[in-house]
Design a protein around this ligand. Structure first.
Ligand SMILES: Nc1ncnc2c1ncn2[C@@H]1O[C@H](COP(=O)(O)OP(=O)(O)OP(=O)(O)O)[C@@H](O)[C@H]1O
Ligand SMILES: [Mg+2]
Length: 225
């Protein structure tokens, strides 16, 4: 379960403070499939980066499965992120000149997995995203949709309990976007909590819960309506 309470994140704007997140609270239960929507600048990426343990809030609380995330030191935070969280970005963030399977194995270089285990896990993740035949290609030989699948394979390779995806279909055409959303649905059906940021209502319609943000605040949550 993911629980945030009264999250505040500010940036200095001249002499003033700009509130990128302004008192955000919600709970997301295991197995939910959530879309976070809102206009540009609403605070969606800021929130997702904090949830993905890539950034910290100024104040507030964040619990994953009861663990008080902000109280952890850097090494414990990395460990938690590695074990529980998969993160997918809009621009894929892959190493294009390297092979598909190398990219998928990357997160495992940080957690002492043996070479043979890495290969087995990468194969399984690539199969789950329908890319098992492409693993010996370099990423730069793949289409946009295939690259996003590689990024998703990398996100699931350590068997996370939750996947955060920031505009995962933002640079894909609508047909490819649909297939990526179907893939998230399949992962969600296997029990992984999926939380995506999108400004596209059609993409959000694939999810079971809609959270809408504006000016750093949650202005709508379909769970409460
Ligand atoms: N490092 C930073 N320094 C100052 N302001 C920032 C910084 N990062 C984000 N902001 C501001 O915080 C607000 C929220 O940014 P954020 O990236 O979370 O928006 P978003 O909802 O993801 O927008 P988009 O849909 O365009 O990606 C914006 O007004 C942005 O300018
Ligand atoms: Mg953003």
């Amino acid at each position: 379960m993911i629980k945030v309470e009264n999250l505040i994140k500010t940036y200095k704007l001249g002499k003033n403070l700009f509130y990128a997140l302004d008192d955000v609270s919600f709970t997301i239960n295991d197995g939910e499939f959530v879309a976070i929507c809102g206009t540009s600048g609403a605070g969606k990426s800021t929130l997702l980066h904090i949830l993905g343990c890539l950034d910290k809030a100024d104040s507030g609380k964040y619990y994953i499965d009861g663990v008080d995330v902000f109280s952890l030191n850097d090494s414990k935070t990395s460990k938690l992120r590695n074990q529980k969280i998969g993160f997918v970005l809009q621009d894929f963030s892959l190493i294009n000149q390297k092979k598909v399977d190398f990219n998928v194995m990357l997160p495992m270089y940080f957690n002492k997995t043996s070479g043979s285990q890495m290969k087995i896990k990468a194969d399984k993740a690539l199969k789950a995203v329908g890319l098992d035949e492409q693993q010996n290609k370099n990423v730069n030989q793949l289409s946009g949709g295939q690259r996003q699948r590689v990024a998703i394979a990398r996100a699931i390779v350590n068997s996370p309990s939750v996947i955060f995806a920031d505009e995962p279909t933002g640079s894909l055409d609508s047909k490819t976007s649909q297939s990526i959303m179907e893939l998230f649905k399949e992962l969600n059906d296997k029990g992984i909590t999926v939380i995506i940021v999108t400004h596209d209502k059609e993409i959000a319609a694939h999810c079971n819960r809609l959270i809408e943000m504006k000016d750093g605040k949650i202005v709508f949550d379909s769970k409460n309506s």
